[in-house]
Write a protein that binds this ligand. Sequence first.
Ligand SMILES: Nc1ncnc2c1ncn2[C@@H]1O[C@H](COP(=O)(O)OP(=O)(O)OP(=O)(O)O)[C@@H](O)[C@H]1O
Ligand SMILES: [Mg+2]
Length: 182
Amino acid sequence: MHRPQFLLLLCGGPATGKTSAASALLGALPPGYRVVHIQTDAIRMMVYNRRHSRRESRMVYEMLRICSQVALTNGYSVIADATFTKRRDRQVFAKLAHKAGSNFLSAKLHCSLRLAMLRNSQRSGSKFVPKEKLISMHNSYEDDAFSLVLDTGSLKPEAIAHLLLQRLGFESPESSLGSVSG
Ligand SMILES: Nc1ncnc2c1ncn2[C@@H]1O[C@H](COP(=O)(O)OP(=O)(O)OP(=O)(O)O)[C@@H](O)[C@H]1O
Ligand SMILES: [Mg+2]
């Protein structure tokens, strides 16, 4: 079976379920499939040794773009796991995929602010996002032009992985596991 190369953006505010979806997708891809999962959180921790740094956000997205470009050039697919609050950041990655001749998919993961806050309250250490920051990111999200929008309040990470595999051309559509738009 032909296994297309892809650049997948997993977008959404804090605690909406991006990393959980990425893990489920990694587990569902065919064994040996060449893919990397790159998170802005990990880049921030590596470079700045802290998870939240609004001032350096531009540089973190630039690093994510460069890492993604290197991976695509070397024949790897990319799961880019970041808030992607700004439309222009998503557009930069769409162009990158186009240049590399890779499939591009931007998936917005969302849940209610209430549920995101509940999930966030159950986290500790550097994983916890200050409440005001979570609310402000939720409210300032530039919310349009996604390939698909997935509700993590009703879809489990495994169901999301299944839907993503279909859209990426790894599985043919079959049973409906939840609502998809876009
Ligand atoms: N689809 C889901 N269904 C139920 N619970 C979920 C789902 N996705 C994530 N969760 C739970 O929500 C919490 C936050 O998930 P996760 O860390 O994946 O979010 P995130 O979007 O990567 O957050 P951040 O932006 O802070 O990195 C976790 O405790 C996880 O178990
Ligand atoms: Mg995460």
